[in-house]
Write a protein that binds this ligand. Structure first.
Ligand SMILES: [Cu+2]
Length: 435
């Protein structure tokens, strides 16, 4: 399902769910200078959350309780074109469906275990009765394969939370069992947002040629994802210039915190999984650190049109699978090595002597079921970032713009090869000597 179809689906689902609620007013409350958001379905005109590459959990309401069903199960998952995994997740997917409710909602979640081992669900960051906290052995019996358990509690606090197993944590999260929880405030404060996204960061070890993420890996992760997708598998986020945008990050990686860096804008961190950050404590930033086991919510108003990268700034987290475990070849002269190796491996070619940025374009053969270290095609050349990388597309007409389309730069606004006459006029000598 593409993003726009999902947005429409989300509206329909959200609208149906909340139709019986008296506070389901559709007045977006947006400043008159902005087009009215079309997705407002939560109290006070709060827009429904979009999960790029994901879905929202359907909830049905009965006697004032919202009822949902999570099925823990093995899933076949595509991380990016060319890389598939035998993962575990919820309701046929990783990440699991986003749970979206309103502060004060009473919920009943059924959890069916279709895994080959026991599991539980912990509602990370949610303050609830102790017996609903989902810690196997401490708060409840583990849910055995084939069993269905029921959790029932009230979301007392608005915020951004996560869910994940608390049984065999190392294996179950490494294989993809995680999801986001959004609890909209009953009475929202502050300026309303026009777009609201969730992005869950994660890291995986998948040995090239294999399909099963390795839960025993502790340091050398080679597949880095937003919502379980590595670029170019990540759906871009399409927003309008001048709109207020919220992105809710969550991190259930095994070992790494992710500093997520934005190009072309500054933002403020407004919430953590502990609650709202007082306005006086907020400050502008371009990189938000999302620690393991935490959520961070940011808000911004993009004012520059274009295709803006945002990505983890740990450089190994934006290079795909084949960028790891190789010898350093930068500066090596391979002319003598290659013929010798070719006598054993016909067609062998040493790569990386001038750096690795061009490897994405070289069509280097890669093992079956693996993705080369570069990312994907871009409008000028291939984009050499992959992994935990995606694109914020800022447009004047986000409702009608093609999410797959590239920004059309006005003439004269793209960096280009310098004209010799201009260099001469400005006294620039490309062969200038130093030292
Ligand atoms: Cu990272």
């Amino acid at each position: 399902m593409d993003r726009r179809k999902f947005v429409q689906f989300g509206v329909a689902a959200g609208g149906a769910l909340l139709a019986s609620q008296t506070f389901g007013q559709n007045n977006p409350g947006a400043a008159p200078s902005r087009p009215a958001p079309k997705r407002a379905v939560f109290p006070g005109g709060q827009v429904a959350v979009t999960t790029p590459n994901g879905v929202t959990l359907p909830l049905k309401e009965k006697d004032g309780v919202k009822i949902g069903h999570l099925v823990a199960m093995p899933v076949k998952h595509t991380f990016a074109p060319g890389l598939e995994g035998d993962c575990w997740g919820y309701n046929g997917r990783t990440i699991g469906p986003t749970i979206e409710v309103v502060e004060g909602d009473r919920v009943r979640f059924y959890v069916t275990n279709k895994l080959p081992e026991p599991t539980t669900v912990h509602w990370h960051g949610v303050i609830l009765p102790n017996g609903m906290d989902g810690v196997s052995g401490l708060n409840q019996r583990p849910i055995k394969p084939g069993e269905t358990f029921v959790y029932e509690f009230t979301f007392r606090h608005a915020g951004t939370y996560m869910y994940h197993p608390h049984y065999d944590e190392m294996t179950q999260m490494a294989l993809g069992m995680m999801g986001m929880i959004v609890v909209h405030p009953k009475r929202p404060k502050g300026p309303p947002v026009d777009r609201d996204f969730v992005l869950m960061t994660h890291e995986w070890k998948i040995t090239p040629g294999s399909r099963r993420p390795d839960p025993n890996e502790m340091t050398d992760f080679n597949v880095l994802t937003f919502n379980s997708k590595a670029f170019p598998g990540t759906e871009p986020l399409l927003v309008g210039r001048g709109e207020r945008v919220r992105i809710r990050f969550g991190n259930l990686s095994a070992m790494d915190h992710h500093p997520i860096h934005f190009h072309g804008l500054t933002f403020e961190t407004t919430w953590t999984d502990g609650g709202e950050i007082p306005a006086a404590a907020r400050h502008p930033e371009t990189t938000v650190l999302v620690p393991v086991g935490s959520t961070r919510v940011i808000e911004f108003v993009p004012n520059e049109l274009g295709d803006w990268a945002f990505h983890c700034h740990m450089t190994h987290h934006v290079m795909n699978q084949m960028g790891h475990g190789m010898p350093v070849m930068v500066g090596a002269d391979a002319r003598k090595i290659d013929p010798k190796v070719q006598s054993l491996l016909p067609g062998y070619m040493t790569m990386g002597q001038t750096g690795m940025g061009d490897m994405a374009e070289m069509g280097m053969p890669v093992p079956k079921n693996s993705i080369p270290m570069g990312g994907g095609p871009g409008p000028f050349s291939s984009i050499d970032m992959g992994g935990m990388f995606t694109i914020l597309k800022v447009r004047d007409n986000p409702e009608t713009a093609d999410p797959k389309g590239w920004y059309q730069h006005p003439k004269g606004t793209v960096a280009e090869r310098a004209e010799e006459t201009l260099m001469k006029a400005d006294g620039i000598d490309p062969d200038v000597k130093f030292g």
